[in-house]
Design a protein around this ligand. Structure first.
Ligand code: GCB
Length: 599
């Protein structure tokens, strides 16, 4: 019997052509072929390249085969002569015809590859929104759902020497059971929206590592290195030259090596965002990273960074490209957005409502901005659907996995404005526990809502209070509720002994439109809203941070008012053309005061 099982296992192993593998940590520091650039694309609303006319998936003859077009044969597509699009990008802003399009688009890229003995090829996508099916040289190598997290496939066995091609079927149709669900307030940008690389790694490679200040032992940096295979007795070295650290450890039977070393690093702070050059290496690999060290915790209603009370002077940001619109993905995009946040006086950014690209998080870290990172468990998702839960958990896993070495990330957020109820509580409790189990070194939060308002007293009750470290909530006094004037009367009761963050407040203004401060949509109204709201915030007991909504106007199909919104949510403190509105300066002044208060 044993022999039969062994034979079967061997046959199976031989037939696995390609498969999804755990994420390659810090992939951009590896030996990569960059697959960004021009890709051919075919818009396929009927999914004609995937299903036959009986709506059965093609086994052969799908677009994924990328057959050479010959007039002697009947073939109604030709990827090679189709139009091209720059990748990464969203198709909505690249092709006018696709502005509102939600559906399938096929992408194809040719590349050269040279096989090298003892190496593997890992095909990595920073993100594809939403549903991706990936084919290399005509063979399916895997699929992935979720639009904002990375994934990679081991494609070694399907690569050939010389010319290869990769085809991706991208489908961004919204579905009720997805995460996010059908209803949201941002653009459902479709496409291969982040970097694509083919990483050439040793057969057994350093898959993942953690280098962190030890949570329990003072003056110790600890962590682990994990190999891609369960190989024992492999020597790996963690070096931080500036701290004179060169620690060699060997892997155990699981291919894991834990380490601990005494160290007194200069701690990372927003004022002085010290990062160290760290290398994780083994005989045939050397991975360079920059890593910072800090502690983050809460004590009663306070947030402590490196043991010192901080106020999180934040701003919410969508991953929307400054100036040109569409999905942001580049270093330049990140630097522009984060420089604006710094000009506002921020020491913190809320990256809403989904994990932003890795460059954004790394740049925030370099510039001294603490980060709130979030999964798109947004509004009313399908709480009782097991697949929906698994999907959300998967996205949370990948968010934590990718950014666990980023000291800038201080808060994992598991949800935004979700409706109260038992099913939601069960779902979110499980998700919060999962986040805690994956990472007990950071704080957990979610954007809640006030549950009771009577006689100007607003109270927040949420069963999730016991699973989060910070009570965060969104409130829109002066916009969705009350008037700007009414802010003066409002009281806020947050009955938990935990720090409070107002994760959103704000209102819309069309930059350049001026008028009376009691009339909506002009800059003076928004300015007044910020004046009244900031004064009100000062009265919230235990307030430890805020992240107004939002840094820059962003595209949203919910925002249709002609002449004013034209499919932009105009709550930005900065217009989509990069011009600061009056409210920007109200916030900036308030942050200057806060900074002095917390010196
Ligand atoms: C919210 C949501 C955010 C919206 C914002 C708005 O509460 O969390 O995604 O864009 O309000 O502008 O209405």
């Amino acid at each position: 019997m044993k022999k039969i099982i062994l034979c079967f296992a061997l046959i199976m192993a031989g037939t696995i052509m390609a498969q999804e593998v755990p994420l390659v940590t810090n992939v951009f520091a590896r030996n990569n072929i960059n697959l960004n650039g021009k890709w051919n694309y075919v818009v396929d609303p009927l999914e004609n390249g995937y299903y036959d006319y009986r709506l059965m998936p093609f086994q052969t003859n799908g677009f994924f085969e990328n057959k050479t077009f010959k007039t002697a044969e009947l073939q109604e597509y030709n990827l090679n002569t189709s139009a091209t699009m720059d990748i990464p990008s969203d198709w909505n802003t690249k092709d006018d015809r696709l502005f509102f399009y939600e559906g399938t688009v096929w992408f194809k890229k040719d590349f050269e590859y040279k096989k090298s003995p003892g190496t593997k090829g890992i095909l990595y996508f920073g993100a594809v929104n939403y549903d991706a099916k990936v084919y290399v040289n005509g063979k399916l190598v895997g699929s992935h759902v979720g639009g904002y997290t990375p994934f990679n496939f081991d494609v070694t066995n399907v690569l050939v020497d010389g010319n290869n091609f990769v085809v991706v079927k991208v489908d961004n149709k919204r579905h009720k059971d997805n995460v996010p669900t059908v209803n949201m307030d941002w653009w459902n940008y479709g496409g291969i929206t982040r970097d694509v690389v083919l990483s050439q790694v040793p057969n057994t490679y350093i898959e993942d590592y953690l280098v962190q200040l030890d949570k329990t032992k003072e003056g110790v940096i600890s962590g682990w290195v994990k190999l891609s295979e369960a190989v024992a007795n492999q020597s790996v070295t963690i070096s931080i030259a500036e701290l004179k650290i060169k620690k060699q450890v060997v892997t155990d039977a699981n291919g894991m090596a834990h380490f601990e070393v005494k160290a007194k690093p200069v701690l990372w702070t927003p004022e002085s965002p010290k990062l160290y050059n760290v290398t994780v290496s083994k005989s045939d690999e050397n991975i360079a990273d920059t890593i910072g060290f800090r502690t983050i915790e809460t004590r009663g209603k306070e947030i402590l960074l490196n043991g010192k009370k901080v106020f999180l002077r934040g701003i919410s940001i969508h991953e929307e490209a400054p100036f040109r619109q569409g999905r942001a993905w580049s270093k330049e995009d990140a630097v522009t957005l984060l420089t604006w946040a710094k000009e506002l006086g921020c020491n913190y950014v809320r990256l809403a409502h989904y994990p932003h690209n890795e460059t954004m998080v790394r740049e925030a870290e370099r510039m001294g901005l603490m980060v709130w990172s979030e999964v798109p468990v947004y509004w009313t998702i399908s709480w009782t659907n097991a697949d929906t839960y698994n999907n959300a958990e998967h996205q949370l896993h990948d968010m934590i996995y990718r950014d666990k070495n980023r000291c800038a990330v201080v808060i994992w957020s598991i949800a935004n404005e979700t409706p109260h109820g038992d099913d939601r509580d069960i779902f979110l409790t499980k998700l919060a526990k999962y986040a805690r189990q994956k990472d007990n070194t950071r704080l957990i939060s979610m954007a809640m809502e006030v549950t009771k308002s009577a006689n100007n007293v607003n109270t927040l009750h949420d069963n999730m209070n016991e699973y989060v470290d910070i009570i965060s909530f969104n409130q829109y006094m002066g916009w969705y509720r009350g008037t700007n004037e009414s802010c003066k009367l409002m009281q806020w009761i947050i009955p938990y002994n935990k720090p409070v963050i107002v994760s959103e407040f704000g209102g819309e203004a069309l930059q350049g439109l001026h008028g009376d401060k009691t009339e909506r949509w002009n800059e003076e109204y928004q300015e007044e809203l910020y004046i009244q709201n900031t004064q009100m915030l000062d009265r919230i007991e235990g307030l430890a941070g805020v992240s107004p909504w939002i840094l820059v106007d962003f595209r949203s199909p919910r925002r249709q008012l002609p002449g004013i919104q034209d499919f932009f949510n105009r709550k930005g403190l900065i217009s989509s053309a990069g011009i600061k509105k009056k409210a920007f300066y109200v916030m900036k002044d308030w942050y200057e005061k806060k900074e002095t208060e917390y010196k």
